[in-house]
Each structure stands twice: as C-alpha cells, then as structure tokens.
Design a protein around this ligand. Structure first.
Ligand SMILES: [Zn+2]
Length: 90
C-alpha cells in the first residue's frame, strides 16, 4: 500500500511511510497522527449508555436514569484508572 501524504508545511507529496518531508524535512505525519490519536480517544470514550425513550413511564425512566448514572460512575472510574496507569508508565 503506497499511501501518499501531503506535507502540511510545503505541500510536497511524500511516501506515506516517511516521517519527515523529503523536501523541507519537517514532520509530515504530525497532523495525521494527532487525528488518529483523537479519533481513537473519542472511540474509547463512546459510552454504551442505555437509551431512555421519552414514552417510558415514570418508574421505568427513574430506573433507567439510575442505571445510566451507575454506568457513568463506572466509566469515570475506568477512565481514571486508565489515566493513572498511563501516567505512571515509565
Ligand atoms: Zn515539506
């Protein structure tokens, strides 16, 4: 797969495997890598929360809101632990 990446600094087209622009020597994957990083973070943050239909009755809604709150707490703990382990890696 020969992917071409355009340099964001001088607009020169480079081989996708190159880390630096062959023309100006600056990092060409910078933006692409950031995008990938943000995307993977966003995907990791997508919470599989339960749906709460508007036509549910009061009790059902109450239960679901309680359940969703529990989910949020759970994910908050998970992301906290993940952040902690990521920051302590040397
Ligand atoms: Zn360049």
């Amino acid at each position: 797969m020969d992917k071409q990446i355009k340099c964001g600094h001088c607009a020169n087209w480079n081989d996708g495997n190159e880390e630096n622009c062959t023309q100006c020597g600056k990092m060409i994957n910078e933006v692409y890598l950031k995008e990938k990083e943000i995307l993977s973070k966003a995907q990791g943050m997508r919470l599989p929360l339960i749906e709460i239909p508007e036509d549910d009755n009061f009790i059902k809604k109450g239960l679901k809101y309680g359940f969703r709150f529990g989910q949020l707490i759970f994910f908050a703990i998970i992301s906290f632990v993940a952040a902690m382990s990521a920051s302590t890696v040397h």
